[in-house]
Design a protein around this ligand. Structure first.
Ligand SMILES: Cc1cc2nc3c(=O)[nH]c(=O)nc-3n(C[C@H](O)[C@H](O)[C@H](O)COP(=O)(O)OP(=O)(O)OC[C@H]3O[C@@H](n4cnc5c(N)ncnc54)[C@H](O)[C@@H]3O)c2cc1C
Ligand code: SF4
Length: 515
């Protein structure tokens, strides 16, 4: 039996639906889970607040892609505006716009979760068949450093000449045209995002997917979810059209991602132990631009194909970081800069010669590092607080120094920091000035494309939200399957971890429903 993807605009009357499993969200977690459950014969309904778009909609223009495909039209940020939050919103979730870098979960991280967070049984052996399976389905294969674009080559060449580790990443692509526009939606369906892979598999096995439908509330009676209350949104302005959707299911799964998933639970008054929204991690990012003699054209070519984990493990008490490159479409480049007026004009004039490396802080591992907090504003909108600790500020400083050395080693003629008062470096001796620059909230742009946690997994119901079988500690038929269950960040890009966890969860939830 084949299912269907309904556009919200086609729903003119209230919908009362019943099914075996209602999944809220269709990203890395929701899509893989929906496909796994539908394949096992379960009747699945997926509610997705974003739109359903295909390659025909992806016109490579930032002006349309950001409002169409990102949370809050790409304007999401922490409450103090210090950290820009890039997060996806469409059928396929953040995978529609992600940069395709794939890593298995480091064994060390899984061991840390077992030891420190009571996540028993979730080890590399258990996850191996799930990694194998998603790698096959998504064509996750190594990219070669030989075809890395010049922006990524800076990272590779600079690290190699300094004797530091750097490697080509694996990517979930098939016949990638190396356009460089992954962040705006792949125009040729080369990216194996959820919308063209697992969502289609789920639909082929009978799942009903509703785009432009936001779950407002999960209604619980006597310890069980009774129904999900949702509303159809007008795609143009995200306001409710007045059409309601109610779903009654044997099991309900929140796959709404970090930030929105915890917010859904808070709106539903499901926070008995006070842990929902806590331990939200971001892999907070600082960027370092540099200018070269020859064109870099960081807006072309696979955006992220080299990664260096040289500094993931640092001295005791220091936060680790890993380094990658970022695409340089004009709006993104301006958004990541503090320059205005003539200085911004100069930057844009030199954009083809500019490269940008990024460093991602590995948050959630140091003692006392509790990350950020998701809460609700008085009008019900989501709020994210994340303070930049001294440890994170030190991490940013060290990361900037490391990236400056890489860029200089790779031939940069000018490295220019992103501080409010930019520091300019032309040689190694200038590193000292950079080391003296201020680091912290609002001193320089910070952003995140990796939101994790907020509904942490763990065995202790007093310190976590779901158990290692993805089940809510208090509500028997409520599960959470997405990046929000991670008890820490990862130190690698998170998508493949979430795919594999969702693949594992589909077996557990189907077994549970068969009992
Ligand atoms: C620009 C960018 C680049 C990235 N690059 C990489 C990369 O190269 N490699 C990598 O591993 N990771 C990357 N990531 C991160 C990765 O894509 C995410 O970590 C992953 O997709 C998260 O999976 P998820 O299921 O938790 O959430 P998502 O994939 O974000 O899916 C959640 C979905 O739920 C929907 N939703 C939320 N609330 C509701 C509601 N109330 N009702 C209905 N639907 C709702 C959202 O609209 C969204 O579609 C990138 C992310 C971004 C934004
Ligand atoms: S770089 Fe490859 S995967 Fe990314 S948008 Fe271009 S063709 Fe698609």
């Amino acid at each position: 039996m084949s299912g269907v993807i309904h556009h919200g605009r086609d729903l003119s009357e209230d919908q009362d639906l019943t099914c075996d499993v209602c999944i809220i969200g269709s990203g890395a977690g929701g899509a893989v889970l929906a496909a796994g459950l539908a394949k096992q014969g379960l009747d699945v309904v997926v509610l997705e607040e974003g739109g359903w778009f295909t390659k025909k909609d992806f016109n490579l223009e930032e002006a349309s892609a950001y409002p169409m495909l990102y949370q809050d039209r790409a304007g999401r940020a922490t409450a103090d505006q210090a950290i820009t939050v890039l997060q996806g919103r469409s059928v396929g979730g953040s995978t529609t716009v992600n940069w395709t870098t794939c890593f298995r979960t480091p064994d060390k991280v899984l061991r840390h979760w077992a030891a420190e967070h009571g996540v028993e049984g979730l080890n590399s052996e258990l996850l191996a068949p799930h990694f194998d399976s998603v790698e096959r389905r998504l064509n996750i294969e190594p990219w070669s450093e030989r075809i890395a674009n010049a922006n990524n080559r800076v990272l590779y060449d600079g690290c190699k000449s300094l004797g530091w580790e750097a490697q080509a990443t694996r990517r979930n692509v098939k016949e990638c045209g190396n356009t460089g526009y992954c962040g705006l939606g792949c125009p040729i369906d080369a990216k194996q995002a959820m919308g063209i892979t697992y969502v289609q598999d789920a639909v082929a096995d009978g799942a009903r997917v509703f785009s432009d439908v936001r779950a407002d509330r999960v209604v619980v009676r006597e310890g069980r979810v009774e129904e999900v209350q949702a509303r159809v949104l007008n795609r143009e302005n995200s306001r409710p059209t007045g059409v309601a959707v109610r779903v009654r299911a044997k099991a309900v799964v929140s796959s709404a991602g970090a930030i929105n998933g915890p917010a859904l639970l808070l709106r539903s008054d499901l926070n008995a132990n006070g842990r929902v929204g806590l331990r939200t991690f971001l892999h907070p990012v600082v960027a370092l631009p540099a200018y070269y003699e020859d064109p870099i054209e960081g807006f072309y070519g696979a955006p992220q194909s080299i990664s260096s984990h040289e500094f993931v493990e640092r001295a005791a008490g220091q936060m680790g970081f890993f380094m990658e490159a970022a695409p340089l479409q004009p709006v993104l480049a301006v958004g990541g800069s503090t320059l205005v007026g003539p200085a911004q004009h100069e930057m844009m004039r030199n954009l083809p010669y500019m490269g940008v490396l990024i460093a991602l802080g590995v948050d959630g591992f140091l003692p006392g590092d509790e990350g950020g907090v998701v809460s609700l504003r008085s009008d019900g909108r989501v709020r994210l607080d994340y303070s930049v600790s001294e440890d994170l500020a030190e991490c940013f400083r060290s990361a900037h120094l490391a990236m400056a050395r890489i860029e200089l080693a790779a031939g940069a003629k000018l490295v220019q920091s992103t501080h409010n008062q930019p520091v300019k470096l032309r040689k190694e001796a200038d590193l000292e000035t950079l080391g003296l620059a201020p680091y912290g909230a609002l001193e320089h742009p910070i952003f995140t494309a990796h939101q994790m946690g907020g509904c942490a997994m763990g065995s202790d119901p007093s310190t976590s939200v779901v158990d290692p079988a993805f089940r809510h500690h208090d509500i028997g038929n409520l599960f959470i399957v997405d990046g929000s269950v991670l008890p820490t960040s990862l130190g690698v890009n998170p998508s493949e971890t979430i795919y594999a966890l969702a693949s594992h969860a589909s077996g557990l939830i189907a077994k549970e429903l068969a009992r």
